[in-house]
Write a protein that binds this ligand. Structure first.
Ligand code: SF4
Length: 457
């Protein structure tokens, strides 16, 4: 067992028994579940919309090389600069070089999972650059020195009382502030940062090939301020976020908001195609897009797992997952949690270290049922397990156990042998991990085959 899987098991065991955690998660996911039908009501045929989105992503991913090159050509023609980053380190090095050139002391950033993936804040801190999260949930998490708990709602595990306590400890505010008052405190602090910051960093919900554009969708307006106030805007985006055409947004924006938060459309939707032009009054003087690989081409190279690159990060599969709802987002110990995280992480960060995530699933298929772009998530989880076995990452004990199981299942004599007490003793002894949190396995005195024979006599 690897260290990462031991840590995962230890953290999950604690969280699964934490009833206060479960209460908060159920409350917040309950609100989400109540909102989603409102969003879905806008589609005359939501299944067809999901199929069409899946087809559009299929097209984008199957022709990703051409789409990316076209994006670069058009975006560059509009005055933007494209940087290709093979690894997270390459992306950080590029950002630091830009910050150095701009003499950047403070940068503002909007919510972006890819910047979590490359550990941007820590890298900036190590280089004496203040990096401020401007999304309220991310700001709360940054104050608490915690990574996001959920890919859409970063502070989902915190109650309003938890946030009031945190603000009191870190900012000295009244511990009984209401959510509105807490938001105003954050707003006042953050507004000053936009003006100070030399650089603004955002992610991208989509990159659009035909117009060389970056699509951003958000509810707080902080993304827009991050793009528009600082003189330099850097976008960090995974290469899989590609969609072929601007016209695809008519489908993807309502789909993302419906499955992400239950809204018909998110409050602020921006398409940015380059830095400010001569006749324009707003926007940055310079704009960079960093196209990040960081293991995504490993997934692209895998004909089965390639489908996971269609993900639009709506978070619906996390909210639907019984495992996520029990162990929470932090127990996974990786940037992308929940079903989609369990599928892509072994390919992004190493099968040996992270294969255990693909086993952390009941395979109930609820994730597949709710996926905005109809990714066959539970099948990809099974395929990851298969791949990890083929790659030889199975312990000798497990291999031996399956061998014995196979021999036993193929032999009627062995199946009928010692049912009842003997089998209970042997199997419950072997399956200690299984019975630790469950009732003992209880074999009947006779097998079905023996009972059937008796009956037929
Ligand atoms: S896998 Fe599907 S449900 Fe999960 S985050 Fe991605 S698009 Fe949403």
């Amino acid at each position: 067992m690897t260290e990462t899987s031991k840590t995962f098991l230890a953290k999950s065991t604690i969280k699964a028994a934490d009833l206060d955690h479960r209460r908060k998660i159920n409350f917040n996911i309950g609100k989400y579940n109540a909102a989603v039908p409102n969003g879905k009501a806008q589609f005359s045929n939501v299944h067809l919309a999901r199929e069409r989105a899946k087809n559009a992503k299929w097209r984008a991913i199957e022709t990703l090389d051409e789409q990316l090159e076209n994006f670069e050509k058009v975006f560059s023609a509009n005055g933007g600069k494209v940087i290709w980053a093979e690894t997270g380190e390459d992306a950080i090095a590029a950002i630091l070089a830009i910050c150095k050139e701009k003499n950047c002391k403070t940068l503002v950033k909007s919510k972006s999972m890819v910047t979590e993936e490359i550990h941007l804040n820590k890298a900036m801190e190590a280089n004496d650059i203040e990096s401020i999260e401007t999304d309220l949930g991310e700001y709360i998490q940054q104050l608490d020195d915690e990574p996001p708990y959920h890919i859409v709602t970063p502070a989902m595990h915190k109650s309003k009382e938890d946030v009031a306590r945190l603000f009191n400890q870190k900012l000295g505010t009244d511990p009984n502030l209401t959510p509105t008052e807490l938001t105003l405190v954050a707003r006042k602090i953050l507004r000053e940062k936009y003006v100070q910051a030399e650089v603004g960093i955002t992610g991208a919900n989509f990159i659009i090939s035909d117009i060389g554009g970056v699509a951003l969708t958000e509810n707080e307006g902080n993304g827009r301020l991050t793009c528009a106030f600082p003189k330099t805007h850097i976008v960090v985006v995974g290469i899989e976020k590609m969609i072929p055409s601007l016209t695809d947004l008519g489908l993807f924006w309502p789909l993302l908001s419906t499955f992400g938060t239950g809204q018909k459309i998110t409050s602020y939707n921006s398409v940015i195609t380059g830095p400010r032009k001569a006749a324009e009054t707003d926007g940055p003087e310079e704009m960079y897009v960093i196209l990040l690989d960081n293991g995504r081409t490993n997934i692209l190279d895998n004909p089965i797992q390639r489908e996971s690159l269609y993900c639009i990060r709506c978070g619906a599969c996390l909210n639907a997952c019984p495992v996520y709802k029990n162990i929470g987002g932090h127990a996974y110990g990786v940037t992308y949690s929940g079903p989609i995280g369990s599928i892509i992480t072994p390919h992004l960060q190493g099968m040996q270290e992270f294969k255990h995530l693909s086993y952390a699933s009941s395979l109930c298929g609820n994730c597949t049922e709710v996926c905005a772009v109809k990714i066959n998530l539970h099948e990809l989880l099974i395929d990851n397990r298969k791949e990890s076995v083929e790659d030889g990452y199975t312990s000798l004990a497990e291999k031996a156990a399956w061998k014995i199981w196979r021999m036993a299942c193929q032999s009627r004599m062995m199946m009928n042998m010692g049912n009842g007490k003997f089998k209970n003793k042997v199997v419950n002894g072997i399956a200690k991990d299984w019975t630790r949190n469950r009732a003992d396995l209880n074999f009947s005195k006779k097998t079905f085959n023996q009972m059937w024979k008796d009956r037929m006599k």
